[in-house]
Design a protein around this ligand. Structure first.
Ligand SMILES: [Fe+2]
Ligand SMILES: [Fe+2]
Length: 224
């Protein structure tokens, strides 16, 4: 081969190799992107129990912040009884936060939450938003997380998810009752009882032990 031809030949091979290299990099980048998407926290279908614990920790942390802000707003609007309910629910969410954190740490993870500024509206609208959030957690989020924890045979995750799911269903009921009887939400703060172990929230202390986790009834916090 003449020197010029040889040079052209080598240059062509180098060019093709470079194109193949770029294509390979692009494919690798795409694969990484789709893998990242697959394991994004909160996507119960493909996320791990640890991802779901982080998503639940984030959700509960934001719910707690939201309810504290809703309680303040309810007090400002004179809905003092509803303010008590929001404070009790916020306290219950803090129980869920502690329970989820304990499992995350036991699994070697570091709890991470992205706390957003709450969108505070009127108390009526705040109750509607709270019902929506609790219903989502009860019917969609926790059932997905429970399935995944069961698939992974992760007893600790299963326990904390099951406890939270049962309590969120009670919260949804309490918020619905408050919304249906909005006019009765005024007239002074009222006491709620919150289970220190699972966060079960009720206007009266249970006659026996906690109906969700069997924690003794003398191990409840009173929140007004
Ligand atoms: Fe809740
Ligand atoms: Fe409990």
């Amino acid at each position: 081969m003449k020197p010029f031809r040889m040079f052209a030949h080598t240059a062509m091979i180098a060019g093709i190799s470079a194109m193949m290299f770029v294509a390979a990099i692009a494919t690798a980048a795409q694969t990484t992107k789709s893998e990242e998407k697959k394991t994004a926290p909160g996507e119960a279908a493909t996320a791990t129990a640890l991802d779901n614990l982080q998503a639940a920790y984030d959700g509960e942390s934001n719910a707690k912040t939201r309810y504290e802000a809703f309680a303040k707003k309810a007090d400002e609007e004179g809905y003092t009884k509803i303010a008590s309910l929001f404070r009790a629910a916020a306290h219950a969410e803090s129980v869920h936060i502690s329970n989820h954190v304990a499992v995350i740490k036991k699994m070697g993870g570091e709890p991470k939450a992205d706390i957003k500024a709450p969108d505070v509206k009127s108390t009526k609208e705040n109750l509607e938003a709270a019902i929506k959030g609790e219903t989502y957690e009860t019917e969609i989020m926790y059932p997905g997380f429970i399935k995944q924890a069961r698939d992974e045979k992760n007893k600790d995750a299963l326990k904390t998810f099951n406890g939270a799911k049962a309590v969120e269903a009670e919260h949804a009921k309490l918020f619905k009752q408050a919304l249906e009887n909005l006019d009765q939400g005024k007239g002074g703060a009222v006491a709620y009882y919150v289970c220190k172990v699972c966060g079960y929230t009720a206007i009266q202390l249970p006659k026996n032990d906690c109906p969700i986790c069997s924690n003794p009834k003398d191990n409840f916090d009173k929140v007004k």
